[in-house]
Design a binder for this molecule. Structure first.
Ligand code: AGP
Length: 621
């Protein structure tokens, strides 16, 4: 979703801004822009309704030989919420007669009321965005201060502005009369400051800061930062100055190169043996046949007293939660409920105090997941995050949690984060199980399967060539069905989501047996059904469902884990994956489904890493 960058110091601001925006492209956006300022000049903005590469050309065209480079600037990639993706709606927005420029992430809920007020005062709006309201509001407060033009006056104008905003914001503002000043403010939309030597950086996540500095400050909600080349001052909106904690930029923020792969998604699919190994690393306790976690922040007694677990998440992470429900209920015998975070935040289900809540999230910034966890915390429940991005909002706000250590996931379609989430959830189920009834021997068997996982995923990747051929056969289909049962019902949902996201083909994931209660009506010669049909307790049942589809003339692609003459005779195409116990099958079976979606998207000419309309982290409701 929208991205922000800002720079104040001694280097060319536009170089950092453009490079930073490029690094933020993965978040998803539809327009981009920068604003820069030279001393004694007016603010210059360049905006495009398109990619950062187009912005770069536009900036180049507007840079004149002999121009002294600006050393102050802000930039933005916009994912449209209010108003379409046009040049006018792209940020930064100017306030007043160009006295300030502002980039905003988030949504201002009371913008219409504020806009009417400002229009009545004579402010003319150039865009349809909620963000331009903030720009004029800052300008208006500055104008009200009259001739008192000082840094303190700028800060006061920002404080007065944010006091009037309802909604979420991450703001970075530059002021025409102060060519060495940025002011940033945060409420619900992340901002991180990169601390340099006689220069400072700011961004909506750490990726633009990699290589610029290793010292960072996460701005917290309701904080405002006054940023100058040699000084950063952080204040709480109403409580005055706070001492910012300078942290070290996490090591895994560094791994952002494509390393020879055509797309981040493909790179991340192939990274899974390693990312799963990283999720397992240091967390297996062979002596006690269990798993261990450092950050749950609950005593053994408190963990034993847990009567119920809520897993809340969105999208792919919600699919992980569904697998988690099966895992924890089967292995640990604790009742689990899976809730869409967007629903949980407004529902008010009766929850007793012995319930703990896990938010599952790759980015740690998903607005609904954050809000749902806050709501649960408010009600007194221990909240935990299963999260990939270190230092993200959810990681910081939860009472404890488990990091995935999957490394940066840049492809908008989640792949390695999903399989790492499943790995962590399997360990969590083992951990809870061993605190209760699971025997030492059973614990050892579970560990043996977990330890096989990286190699099994490596072997599953060997199906790539075969999947390519299958993709070519079905790339023109307009509908797909994905069917599986038990642990592989969520696998089917995830397979369908991957295809939808990056190839724009309609796909339905379903529990295989539910198909005959409706979706079977969709089966025809042009609708391929992908069956996940490995060995296990529901094998025969899924096979019957597969026969039902074949009997109606539907083409079948079957994912199997052994030489299976029955399936081979029935299915049109068969993909082989290695055998693993059913509770880990979703990890292994997801590999061919990720590859199938990838190959079909390529054949259809889709932008795999930046699918239309999608954002990597969804930071608005
Ligand atoms: C996955 O492919 C999607 N891009 C999306 O569903 C994603 O999983 C969802 O937005 C949740 O994101 P999170 O894990 O970062 O919270």
């Amino acid at each position: 979703m929208c991205g922000i960058v800002g720079y104040v110091g001694h280097r060319r601001a536009d170089a950092f801004l453009l490079n930073g925006l490029q690094r933020l492209e993965y978040r998803g956006y539809d327009s981009a822009g920068i604003a820069t300022l030279r001393p004694s000049d007016s603010i210059r903005t360049v905006k495009v309704a398109g990619r950062v590469s187009e912005l770069e050309s536009a900036v180049r065209q507007q840079t004149f030989v002999g121009d002294a480079p600006a050393t102050l600037g802000i930039g933005h990639t916009r994912w449209a919420t209010h108003g379409p993706a046009t040049q006018e709606n792209a940020h930064p927005h100017l306030g007043g007669d160009g006295i300030i420029a502002l980039a905003h992430n988030g949504v201002i809920e009371n913008f219409e009321m504020l806009k009417a007020e400002l229009e009545a005062k004579g402010y003319r709006f150039k865009s349809q965005t909620d963000s331009e309201v903030i720009a004029h509001l800052v300008a208006d407060h500055l104008a009200a201060a009259g001739s008192d033009s000082s840094v303190a006056g700028c800060l006061e104008a920002v404080q007065q502005t944010v006091a009037r905003l309802r909604g979420t914001y991450g703001l970075v503002i530059l002021f025409r009369d102060f060519p060495d000043l940025l002011i940033a403010a945060r409420c619900g939309s992340p901002l991180v400051i990169g601390v340099g030597k006689n220069e400072q950086f700011i961004a909506s996540d750490t990726s633009p800061l990699v290589g610029c500095t290793e010292r960072i400050i996460y701005l917290a909600d309701h904080q405002i930062a006054v940023i100058r080349p040699d000084n950063i001052q952080v204040l709480h909106r109403d409580q005055g100055r706070v001492r910012p904690e300078i942290q070290k930029l996490a090591q895994d923020s560094q791994e952002v190169a494509l390393e020879g792969f055509d797309h981040y998604m493909l790179k991340e699919i192939y990274e899974q043996p390693k990312s799963i190994q990283n999720a397992l690393r240091g967390r297996i306790d062979n002596d006690n046949a269990t798993a261990k976690f450092g950050g749950l922040n609950l005593t053994t007694g408190q963990l034993r007293a847990v009567q119920r677990i809520i897993l809340t998440a969105c999208g792919t992470s919600w699919h992980s939660a569904l697998v988690g429900e099966y895992l924890i209920e089967e292995l640990a015998r604790i009742p689990v409920e899976v809730e869409y975070a967007s629903e949980l935040r407004y529902r008010n289900p009766p929850i007793d105090p012995s319930t703990i809540v896990f938010g599952i999230t790759q980015s740690g910034e998903t607005a609904d997941t954050l809000a749902a966890l806050r709501e649960m915390k408010r009600k007194g429940h221990h909240t935990l995050a299963i999260c990939n991005v270190i230092g993200s909002s959810i990681a910081q706000e939860a009472d404890g949690g488990i990091y995935l250590h999957a490394g940066p996931e840049i492809g908008v379609a989640s792949t390695k984060a999903f399989t790492s989430q499943l790995t962590v959830l399997a360990m969590l189920a083992l951990y809870f199980g061993r605190l209760r009834h699971v025997s030492f021997e059973a614990g050892q068997r579970i560990i043996a399967q977990l330890e096989r996982l990286p190699r099994a995923v490596e072997q599953a990747l060997e199906c790539h060539h075969q999947v390519k051929t299958i993709a070519a056969k079905y790339a023109n289909a307009t509908n797909f069905l994905y069917l599986g049962r038990k642990y592989n019902f969520p696998t089917a949902l995830e397979g369908a989501l991957k295809l939808k996201e990056i190839s724009y083909i309609h796909a339905e994931g379903y529990p295989a047996a539910e198909m005959k209660h409706g979706p079977i009506a969709l089966v025809d010669a042009h609708t391929p059904s992908v069956f996940i049909v490995p060995q296990g307790t529901v094998y025969d049942k899924v096979l019957s469902n597969l026969q039902e589809v074949k009997a109606r003339g539907g083409p079948v692609i079957a994912v199997v884990d052994h030489e299976d003459p029955q399936v081979t005779n029935l299915a049109d195409d068969v993909i082989h994956i290695p055998q693993i116990e059913d509770f880990l099958q979703p990890v292994v079976a997801s590999i061919p489904l990720q590859l199938l979606a990838y190959e079909i998207a390529l054949l259809r000419g889709c932008d795999v890493d930046k699918p239309r309309n999608l954002a990597k982290s969804v930071t608005v409701e």
